[in-house]
Write a protein that binds this ligand. Structure first.
Ligand code: ADP
Length: 188
């Protein structure tokens, strides 16, 4: 199964994907984590930080390079969970092209839908726990704006392919998880 998770920052993509990976054994590809894992003392790490730390998206070419490299790992051949990728229509088109070349396709796109005001509260709580540099009030507002401007159109891209299933991310995490499992079980 190859599943894309799309949702605004704070909707719970990372948390849910981690649990799904435990249950289904499908690798979890978080582009946010992959970008944060690049050594901050390298030139590339500094470039990436200059986007992430102010709530902007890293450049498409860079994200594609990291994702394509990871997709070559043998554990990704049967499938994976894409968390936070694609985040722009250009990334979605490049992923379509890549999958076509590999004679693969997406199984489905899960939209974790949530009200922005609730997300701000969630992320400010998370900031205290995780100490992420991009979880300040100003950066959160910027990331939500970027989601509306650049990532919401990705949902339209996938609606046109009839791939989107929407789940209410305002529910308790356990309930969201149950709904996601029901979707994955129906696709197996
Ligand atoms: P969240 O979805 O809660 O914002 P992520 O860990 O998914 O958390 O992403 C954190 C940051 O990493 C984003 O704000 C962005 O700067 C960068 N990022 C993650 N995925 C992508 C992507 N696919 N394209 C560009 N930038 C990305």
């Amino acid at each position: 199964m190859r599943i894309v998770f799309i949702g605004p920052p704070g909707a719970g993509k990372g948390t849910q994907c981690k649990r799904l990976t435990e249950r289904y054994g499908i690798p979890h590809l978080s582009t946010g984590e992959m970008l944060r894992a690049v050594d901050r003392d390298s030139a590339l790490g500094r470039l990436i930080a200059s986007y992430i730390n102010v709530g902007r998206l890293a450049p498409d070419y860079l994200v594609m390079r990291i994702v394509k490299k990871r997709l070559l790992d043998p554990d990704c051949v049967p499938g994976c969970l894409f968390d936070g990728f694609p985040r722009t229509v250009a990334q979605a088109e490049l992923l379509d092209e890549h999958l076509r070349d590999q004679q693969q396709r997406l199984t489905c796109v899960i939209h974790l839908n949530a009200d922005p005001a609730m997300l701000v509260q969630r992320m400010l709580r998370r900031a205290e726990l995780e100490n992420r540099i991009d979880d300040t009030e100003q950066t959160i507002a910027q990331r939500l704006e970027v989601f509306e401007q650049q990532t919401r159109p990705v949902l339209d891209h996938y609606h046109a392919q009839s791939l989107v299933r929407t789940v209410d991310a305002a529910l308790e995490p356990a309930q969201v998880f149950d709904q996601l499992c029901a979707i994955l079980d129906s696709l197996a």
